[in-house]
Write a protein that binds this ligand. Structure first.
Ligand SMILES: C[S@@+](CC[C@H](N)C(=O)[O-])C[C@H]1O[C@@H](n2cnc3c(N)ncnc32)[C@H](O)[C@@H]1O
Ligand code: SF4
Length: 500
């Protein structure tokens, strides 16, 4: 789709909105008038108001739809107001053309709950929030209620814990290897079939990076609240390697953590020996992820394990003494049906895990799925909406509450990912990370360090090398980049940090 962008630089926002209505559509942005445009977005600063205009051409020689509005000038928040206004105009025209109304309205951001929390903290009441979200942003009542409930559950989960402080951090450790690649996945991860030889040298360097990170935590007086080993599939490590990683980590942890999660992930990597290795340390939460309990779908998505193996791993984890288990599911997997999803969810609920996370399939650029017909969106018959609704209702009735929620790009029907938990079992790391409540220190290939400061200071991100090969080759730079932490917290004296 050719989109003309005239008089403004909000092309990404425009592109995101196009993506809501026309997923997979390639957007070509032009900044100068061209005859073959299909959508035109125009902004002009006028006297007393900023004027916005959107035109939408319906096919060759067809009708041109038009919508316009004015935005009051002046900071603060003028850019955001223009973004929202363009969103609203495009929404109006695109829903007229397609007959489709995205459940999250014009919101395209990853964190709608953070958006709500910020306004609640700023003193807005529920009625005002509802008016803003369901009125101006055109969010459905159902999704607004879900996001608000999630914000309230977060409040409840965090209430017994120490209040957030500027020195708080959590730690993320990445093991970017998997037994094989799943069809839908575009996380940074490498099949060990191809990269087995890298695991050991990677682990050696990772231990060094973890040491360097803890040195900084100590020197900068930071308070480590939670830790998460994710991936990839951390249980790809042998029991001996897992033991080395955890021994090293816990030798550095000086005060008890609020939570320590290991993403056990794929059942074909879990066995009693690894579970025992983890239980020797205060690992408080693990994931055992079915994605689906339908064997035909598992085969189709290349998971290389059966539903029976997932159930067996779950019981093994219980036997080993794990009292907080999360299970990840995906709604909308290729080959799955509404009935198939319902059966998966019912069986998962019968296992009685403490957490269930329901993702909506996202068709990402890097994933192999992109080339298939899955990309094409069929609003009318997508069973994914019913799947997600069924999950919310069934989990709610079984005593689970939504405690974190985020949105990804290119999900079927633009739906969300939601973590549900039994009260008191909420994954705290997930809340801290998703709501950006404090700094996340990333270690390992593909990890991101996200520095969260006080007040209005913008969040700073620093990316580690994406692939294990690069990480190993460039390890000296990995350690050098830790300097960004010192600069951010600015606590080191000149003597400790000589000028170069
Ligand atoms: C980083 S992955 C690691 C999971 C672990 N390796 C496993 O496979 O069980 C975390 C979760 O993201 C979800 N996920 C990954 N790719 C996805 C996609 N394209 N759409 C929706 N959810 C996805 C899956 O539910 C997965 O369990
Ligand atoms: S879903 Fe998990 S196991 Fe599959 S490729 Fe992604 S990270 Fe690896």
């Amino acid at each position: 789709m050719k989109v003309l962008v005239l008089g403004h630089r909000l092309q990404y926002e425009v592109q995101n909105l196009v993506g809501l209505f026309f997923p997979g559509e390639r957007v070509e942005t032009a900044f100068e008038k061209q005859p073959d445009w299909q959508v035109l977005t125009y902004l002009r600063e006028g006297r007393g108001a900023t004027r916005l205009l959107v035109l939408c051409r319906l096919g060759e020689g067809g009708e041109t739809l038009r919508a316009h509005c004015a935005v009051a000038p002046g900071e603060p928040g003028h850019k955001q107001r223009c973004e929202m206004a363009f969103g609203e105009l495009l929404y109006r025209l695109f829903s007229q053309v397609t007959g489709y109304r995205p459940k999250w309205g014009v919101l395209t951001g990853v964190r709608p709950v953070k958006n709500i929390r910020r306004r609640l903290d700023g003193g807005m009441d529920e009625a005002g929030l509802r008016r803003l979200f369901c009125g101006e942003y055109r969010v459905s009542e159902q999704k607004f209620d879900l996001a608000l409930q999630t914000a309230r559950v977060q409040e409840r989960a965090l209430a017994p814990l120490p209040p957030a402080g500027p020195q708080d951090v959590s730690l993320y450790i990445s093991i970017p290897f998997c037994p094989s690649r799943c069809l839908y996945c575009s996380f940074v991860s490498h099949s060990v079939e191809k990269t087995h030889k890298l695991v050991e040298p990677y682990l050696e360097l990772l231990l060094q990076e973890i040491s360097a990170t803890f040195d900084l935590v100590e020197r900068l007086g930071l308070r480590l609240r939670t830790a998460y080993i994710g991936g990839g599939t951390p249980t790809i490590l042998t029991a001996g390697q897992m033991d080395r990683l955890l021994e090293h980590l816990f030798s550095l942890v000086k005060t008890p953590l609020e939570e320590f999660t290991v993403e056990a992930g794929r059942p074909d990597t879990i066995d009693r020996e690894k579970l025992r290795a983890m239980r020797q340390y205060p690992v408080s939460r693990i994931n055992i992820n079915p994605q689906t309990l339908n064997d035909a779908v598992l085969e189709r998505i290349g998971r290389r394990h059966t539903a029976a193996q997932t159930v067996e791993s779950f019981y093994q984890a219980r036997e080993a003494g794990f009292a907080n288990i999360n299970m990840d599911l995906i709604a909308g997997l290729p080959g799955d049906s509404y009935e198939g999803f319902v059966s998966t969810l019912d069986r998962v609920v019968a296992l009685d895990p403490e957490n269930v996370t329901v993702h909506t399939l996202s068709v990402k650029r890097a994933a192999d799925l992109k080339s298939t017909a899955m990309v094409r969106y069929a609003a009318a018959d997508a069973p994914v909406e019913r799947m997600v609704d069924y999950a919310a209702a069934t989990l709610g009735a079984a005593g689970y509450d939504p405690y974190y929620l985020y949105r990804q790009k290119n999900t079927l029907a633009n739906l969300e990912n939601v973590g549900y938990a039994k009260p008191g079992s909420e994954g705290l790391y997930n809340i801290y990370m998703m709501e950006e409540l404090h700094t996340i220190l990333g270690c390992g290939a593909g990890s991101v360090t996200k520095l969260v400061g006080r007040g209005t200071r913008p969040i700073e991100r620093s990316f580690n090398y994406k692939y294990p090969q690069e990480y190993i080759r460039q390890f000296a730079t990995v350690l050098e980049r830790k300097g960004s932490l010192e600069e951010f917290y600015g606590c080191l004296s000149e003597a400790e940090h000589p000028a170069v």
